[in-house]
Design a protein around this ligand. Structure first.
Ligand code: ARG
Length: 468
């Protein structure tokens, strides 16, 4: 059996570590999450050193089997001996295959290992998040399809603005998600460089063929500079920043639903399965889910801020400070995945009160812009048309009516250009359909946008399935 020292670096030390310091500096209580990636990266490295003549073919086989057995260990988080995930794998591999395990560290350093493990963790998490996000986007599209031609008021300054299709409102969130998807894909493409072979800082001390590990770990290429590779955490920053933006979108959605579910708006009844009661006020149904969504987005911003501050001012290359960059990444990934486990089902269960939404869209002069546009078609300059309709709105307000309730004689006080066809140009349908531009809320534009969006999302999901 091995007489392996308990640390990976004990040789030059005579005194034992201060016990409290030892406990305090360990990363295993959180980096145990990296086990599958540490094992994959170790297998990749084993292949590279075997090719360099450090391991025989037989030894490589034993090493790979041992590593795969280590990957299967469960409930490892409580291990008190391991300093970090690298130490843990070495200790456990030694239990599996004896001293042969100690050859694995030939030509490598924990500095390149942690850089590699973190890239693999981020890539894997990004894939899971991408798939959860696509599901949420499709849930929104389905909800938008179900809404058909239902209308709601839109808001600027949180004051009623113009009528829009409910589907148009929902698709605005799909637009945000599609940008989040592309940012994640983009970040994934940039992180696809393999740090293995970078050594501690200056490059491996063995003439390793770096393409071996690169291929084994499915990276696009080896990293180009060993100092950069061992100290770079841009990929982690990009990941958390991307998640912050995504969290911001989720939080805005959550905020709108929270607001729209109040008695004051009454646009939807929150699903009971996703709401809670009050221990004090028996009548209450509280929007805990949307509130927590809003709250959890703060953690994502926290993660990206921590990482950016951590890296700013760090001299090259590896510094132990970098260990502090792990937990924010884990927390951001796990928080986002937790959210995405709920959001699609929650979204699917939403039931809108279309009558209330329509009422909000048809009272309060939301057709005033359409009315002004009517006058511009009669040759009135828009500035003048705006003024005439403003006067008409003022008159209608004072007599407690809507624009379309005014008689032609009344309208003609404000301009001779009004005639019978005014009324058909300010109906709800006309008010929607006059926004007949790409990206507008005209009914046929939204119908087309729904078709295009669903096609795009399903095509992407199909591509992902094919690549797997
Ligand atoms: N646990 C360490 C980290 O997360 C691994 C790298 C340690 N390297 C070192 N030179 N002490 O950063």
């Amino acid at each position: 059996m091995s007489n392996q020292p308990t640390k990976m670096w004990s040789g030059r030390f005579r005194e034992p570590l201060n016990e409290k310091f030892e406990e305090w500096q360990r990363s295993f209580p959180f980096d145990y999450r990296l086990l599958p990636y540490e094992v994959e990266a170790s297998i990749a490295h084993a292949r590279a050193i075997a090719a360099a003549g450090i391991l025989t073919g037989e030894e490589l086989l034993v090493m790979e089997q041992g590593l795969r057995a280590v990957a299967k260990l469960e409930d490892i988080a409580g291990n008190e001996q391991a300093e970090d995930i690298h130490h843990f794998v070495e200790l456990e591999l030694t239990k599996q295959i004896g001293d042969l395990a100690l050859k694995l560290h030939t030509g490598r350093s924990r500095n390149e290992q942690i850089a590699t493990d973190m890239r693999l963790y981020v890539r894997d998490s990004a894939d899971r998040i991408l798939s959860g996000l696509r599901q949420w986007a499709l849930a929104l599209v389905t909800l938008a399809e179900q809404a058909g031609e239902a209308v709601m008021s839109s808001y600027t300054h949180l004051q009623r603005a113009e009528p829009v299709l409910v589907a148009h409102w929902l698709l605005s969130y799909v637009g945000m998600i599609e940008r989040d998807l592309s940012r994640l894909e983009d970040a994934k493409a940039r992180l696809s460089r393999c740090p293995l072979g970078s050594g501690a800082i200056a490059g491996a001390t063995l003439a390793l063929d770096r393409t071996i590990a690169t291929k084994a770990l499915d990276f696009d290429a080896p990293t180009a500079n060993s100092m950069d590779a061992t100290s770079d955490r841009d990929f982690a920053i990009e990941f958390t920043q991307t998640l912050s933006l995504l969290g911001m979108h989720i939080s805005r959605f959550a905020e709108e639903l929270t607001l729209f579910s109040t008695a004051e708006f009454g646009f939807l009844d929150l699903p009971e399965a996703f709401s809670t009661g009050s221990s004090a006020m028996p009548q209450k149904k509280n929007p805990d889910l949307t509130e927590l969504l809003r709250g959890k987005s703060a953690r994502l911003f926290g993660a990206s801020a921590t990482l950016t501050l951590l890296l700013k001012g760090l001299p090259l290359a590896y510094n132990k400070d970098l260990q502090e960059g792990q937990e924010p990444v884990f927390d951001a990934a796990e928080t986002t995945l937790g959210i995405l486990r709920l959001l699609p089902a929650f979204t699917t269960s939403l039931r809108f009160r279309y009558d209330r939404m329509k009422a909000a869209a048809t009272a309060g002069y939301l057709n005033a812009m359409a009315a002004a546009t009517y006058l511009t078609h009669k040759g009135v300059p828009f500035r003048k048309a705006h003024e005439k309709i403003g006067h008409a709105v003022r008159f209608a307000l004072e007599t407690g009516r809507e624009l379309n309730d005014l008689t032609l004689a009344e309208l003609n006080q404000f301009g001779p250009e009004f005639s019978e066809d005014f009324y058909e140009s300010v109906t709800l349908e006309a008010t929607l359909d006059c926004h007949d531009v790409i990206g507008g809320t005209a009914r046929h534009r939204v119908r087309q946008a729904l078709i295009d969006t669903r096609q795009r999302l399903e095509a992407e999901a199909g591509e992902v399935r094919e690549n797997q």
